[in-house]
Design a protein around this ligand. Structure first.
Ligand SMILES: NC(=O)c1ccc[n+]([C@@H]2O[C@H](COP(=O)([O-])OP(=O)(O)OC[C@H]3O[C@@H](n4cnc5c(N)ncnc54)[C@H](OP(=O)(O)O)[C@@H]3O)[C@@H](O)[C@H]2O)c1
Length: 254
């Protein structure tokens, strides 16, 4: 065994990272490139995707702006990516939206936008990846849920429901995609300091912010904390895992 043995080596692998224009997705894309993967970066904002691309290590990466809420178009888009860049070894699905809105102002428009972006996108990506000619012989999907799915806070019910759906979808997809050679697992983070949280913070008092910080005995997470786990779930390190729900939450649910 050489001193540089790395069980998470991703050399020669092609990974699609959604939500790569910010936060956890950006950190994951950089992490996967540092492990040797070629990475396709997805988000809607081409400028911010280019900023992520500038941080990647190695060659052969690509930028693929696309709105994942256009569920019907996702499978065809995945097919085009595979045709243009090669068989996909893994997807880190980090795209998502969180807007606080109490149930008294619930609307179908709001429901559709959150469910499409957070849950529908995962299912449409799975449909896309399983197509013939799109995935490598052994491939993996890593999804992101949230502790919001099981630990409620006011005004967050639609987001929480979408993230609870991700847990159910992880299990269902894992079983359904077994015969395609695709493993599906999911990470459950508590609060990670990203733009998503930064935007929420502006509406909080200092006391409310401190309360949020203390929910995690280990403090707020860093995007790399989630990126490390997503990389683990896409690498051969997790070859015996599918349908697993992995909590990475600074001790929040301990
Ligand atoms: N941060 C946390 O504390 C936390 C905790 C638990 C779970 N999560 C989950 O972790 C994931 C990443 O969160 P984050 O904090 O990194 O969020 P973020 O900083 O707000 O980034 C969200 C990403 O999703 C992309 N995105 C949103 N809607 C999209 C769409 N329709 N099509 C394509 N891309 C879309 C955005 O790209 P564009 O703007 O370029 O479209 C952006 O790159 C989300 O699923 C979130 O729910 C986060």
């Amino acid at each position: 065994m050489t001193a540089s043995y790395n069980p998470m080596d991703l050399s020669g692998r092609l990974m699609l990272v959604t939500g790569a224009s910010a936060g956890i997705g950006r950190a994951t894309a950089v992490m996967l490139s540092r492990l040797g993967a070629r990475v396709i970066l997805n988000g809607r904002d081409a400028e911010r995707l280019a900023e992520t691309a500038a941080q990647l290590v190695g060659d052969g990466h690509a930028v693929a702006p696309f709105d994942l809420s256009d569920l019907e178009a996702v499978p065809g888009w995945v097919k085009t990516l595979a045709t243009d860049h090669g068989l996909i070894d893994g997807i880190a699905h980090c795209a998502g939206i969180q807007t606080l809105r109490p149930i008294r102002i619930f609307s179908t428009e709001f429901f559709d936008s959150v469910m499409r972006a957070n849950l529908g996108s995962a299912l449409a990506l799975a449909r896309g990846l399983r197509q013939k000619g799109c995935h490598a012989e052994r491939a993996a999907m890593a999804l992101i849920s949230s502790t919001a799915a099981t630990a409620a806070s006011p005004g967050n019910v639609v987001y929480a429901a979408s993230k609870g759906g991700i847990i159910a979808a992880t299990k269902g997809l894992a079983v359904e995609l077994l015969s395609d050679g695709i493993r599906v697992n999911c990470v459950v983070p508590s609060i990670v300091e990203t733009e998503l949280i930064e935007r929420g913070k502006q509406k909080l008092t200092a006391d409310q912010y401190e309360h949020l910080r203390r929910l995690q005995p280990l403090g707020f997470g860093h995007p790399d904390d989630i990126a490390h786990m997503l990389a683990y779930l896409l690498a051969d390190t997790s070859r015996w895992m599918t349908g697993s729900i992995v909590t990475v939450d600074g001790g929040r649910t301990a």
